[in-house]
Design a protein around this ligand. Sequence first.
Ligand SMILES: C[S@@+](CC[C@H](N)C(=O)[O-])C[C@H]1O[C@@H](n2cnc3c(N)ncnc32)[C@H](O)[C@@H]1O
Length: 257
Amino acid sequence: MDLTSEGGTLCLNRDAPWDSFDSQSYTRHNYSVLRPDDEEIINVVRDYFADHFRTNPERPVSGIDVGAGANLYPALSLLPWCDEITLYERSARNAAWLRDQVPHYGRSWDPFWQVLRKEEEYQDIADPRARFADSVTVEEGDLFRLPHRLRHQGIGTMFFVAESLSTSHREFEGAVAAFLGSLAPGAPFAAAFMENSGGYLVGTELFPACEVDSAEVEASLEPHATVDALERFGLPEGPVREGYTGMILACGRRDPA
Ligand SMILES: C[S@@+](CC[C@H](N)C(=O)[O-])C[C@H]1O[C@@H](n2cnc3c(N)ncnc32)[C@H](O)[C@@H]1O
């Protein structure tokens, strides 16, 4: 089956087998070691959030990672700024994996934390595992039906979700809008995207993707947000899997409604 947005089978978000998402296989394949492209992304996100809270010192705020899946580094990047963090996730299997990680997350995340610790606000957290366990809650739900109580978050992340949840460009734009709708005016965010992804295998299950480039990412954000940084990362060690050409990171702030 070809799950691309260019001429392949249309696969909407509701059609994909999210509850069969093999969290163990996904995290083992993508995050068992810290890759140079993820490290570069973490450097930019860390510095962006630290700069933001230096000029806007009001904190702690509440934070959200939308479509958290089986990746903890976006949530770890929120740790110094938040007293509560919601990991919002559609797949029951990923939500169970996340709940399992919350009380004492796995050692494979330590190299990711070491990169974040290069900034002093992260160093101030003596025990990131305890802080994570105290502040993180996992909530199962659909980002297209985000509850009102989660719509005024003070900071947010969404990594490899909007372009990786269906083949539809309309749903891609809707997912970006829904993510930005979870944020209070002025709230900073970091959002990452696979560039030109043609769908992806997790274990034996194929998941859909929508092909986007930097210009499309920027255009999806601009109606709702001020984009302060938009960077494209190539594939220094080759792709982590077949079928994409790079990664795109956007950092910015939610516009007033
Ligand atoms: C490619 S994975 C990305 C996971 C993780 N954020 C990462 O950085 O690796 C896409 C994630 O989006 C989630 N997802 C798909 N549709 C969703 C929806 N409608 N609402 C919330 N999460 C959704 C999937 O379950 C999966 O965890």
